[in-house]
Design a protein around this ligand. Structure first.
Ligand code: HEM
Length: 349
């Protein structure tokens, strides 16, 4: 996964990467009061069960403006699952077969993906790649300011790296400036193509979002992008770095990346190793994704421009892996089945 140097597994926070984690339990709530109520119920169940102990706990949650610590809005683009009654909140590409995200259904290749056996356990479940990624917010701010010129502002460099402006406006639709009319329009913010921009003059081919999901960019290659899609449910942790501050304040802050799919190898790992960590698929040699890479690549970031491209050098690491685990997410029916196996009634689930 490119976890080298400070990101290497031997530096991960315990108990990540050890054999101590067996189950992850996530509590979601829309406000603190609802969270407290859910937490109390969970604590009670925890005390009643016995035989398990909490190894690690994280308080996470999106910032009120939906932005991550680099200042960009996240959580906009997600695949639309074919047949789902819940289309994503924002406009989307064509539907992706449900078998890419749920066991027991045909995937994009017409195969039925099987989850863990026996069938009642695997059916309707998914796999989850969870990663704790520390974000180097001060290093990022310093870098974009240092590299800024009269024609290439710090904000523009950041937008070129991500492929969206801080508001979420895609560069593919508004390459020159952030346009909040676009970012506030749910039907437009995620409906775009790279077909009219093969060289990346609007959105660099090395930008994070273009690498992570190249949409229609790779049409001259035999690549079916829909077999490499991820359902993302990421969130952030840690306090925001105070506006304008350029020095690290010592707080741990970052993103809890959550990628859901039925094939960790073909979906999560492929995106990370081939598209984010590599450059060959778009003729960029060993240049890496500027947001998640630069551990052992060229440490450059190319911004196509006329008459001359900009090639930013010595791009530091803006994210450091603090831990990661793969999980199986059972469905509600699988949880009922498990409870029945344990001799308990399914009524509480
Ligand atoms: C340092 C950690 C990361 C940060 C700060 C970050 C940030 C972002 C942001 C701001 C967006 C644009 C919002 C959106 O389209 O929803 C985005 C999109 C995306 N990211 Fe990341 N990301 C990170 C790590 C990753 C990793 C590790 C992966 C996959 C292995 C990934 C996959 C994606 C995908 C698939 C998209 C959607 C692209 C699209 O559909 O157009 N990201 N990310």
């Amino acid at each position: 996964m490119g976890d080298r140097g400070e990101s290497a597994a031997e530096h991960w926070e315990a108990p990540f990467g050890t054999d101590q984690i067996h189950v992850a339990f996530a509590l979601f709530a829309s406000n603190e009061i609802a969270l407290d109520t859910a937490r109390e119920a969970a604590k009670q169940a925890y005390h009643e069960i016995g035989g398990i102990s909490v190894q690690y706990h994280m308080d996470v949650g999106m910032m009120p403006d939906g932005r991550t610590h680099l200042g960009f809005r996240d959580g906009i683009s997600n695949p639309y699952i074919d047949g789902s009654p819940f289309p994503p909140a924002f406009g989307h590409e064509g539907p992706v077969k449900s078998g890419e995200f749920l066991f027991g259904y045909p995937n994009e290749s017409g195969q039925i993906m099987e989850g863990p056996s026996p069938a009642p356990l695997g059916h309707n479940g998914s796999y989850l790649s969870l990663r704790k990624l520390h974000i180097c917010a001060a290093a990022y701010r310093r870098y974009v300011q240092e590299k800024a010129t009269a024609s290439l502002s710090a904000e523009r460099i950041g937008a070129k790296m991500v492929g969206r402006w801080p508001s979420g406006t895609p560069l593919a639709l508004s390459p020159e400036e952030d346009d909040t009319r676009l970012s506030e329009d749910e039907s437009r913010i995620n409906v775009f193509s790279y077909a009219d921009d093969p060289k990346g003059f609007k959105c660099p081919i090395s930008a994070h979002v273009r690498r992570a999901f190249p949409r229609d960019s790779l049409q001259d290659q035999v690549v079916d992008v829909n077999i490499h899609r991820l359902l993302r449910r990421s969130t952030v942790y840690g306090p925001a770095l105070t506006k304008g501050v350029l020095e690290d304040d010592g707080h741990d802050r970052g993103i809890i990346f959550a990628g859901i799919c039925t094939s960790l190898i073909r979906q999560y790992e492929f995106i990370k190793t081939e598209w984010l960590n590599g450059g060959n698929f778009v003729g960029l040699s060993t240049e890496q994704d500027p947001v998640t890479g630069n551990k052992d690549g060229e440490h450059t970031f190319t911004i196509p421009a006329k008459p001359l491209r900009h090639r930013l050098k010595e791009v530091p690491e803006f994210s450091i892996t603090r831990g990661g685990e793969y999980f199986f997410i059972p469905s509600l029916t699988a949880l009922r089945w498990l409870a029945e196996q344990a001799g308990q009634g399914p009524s509480d689930l």
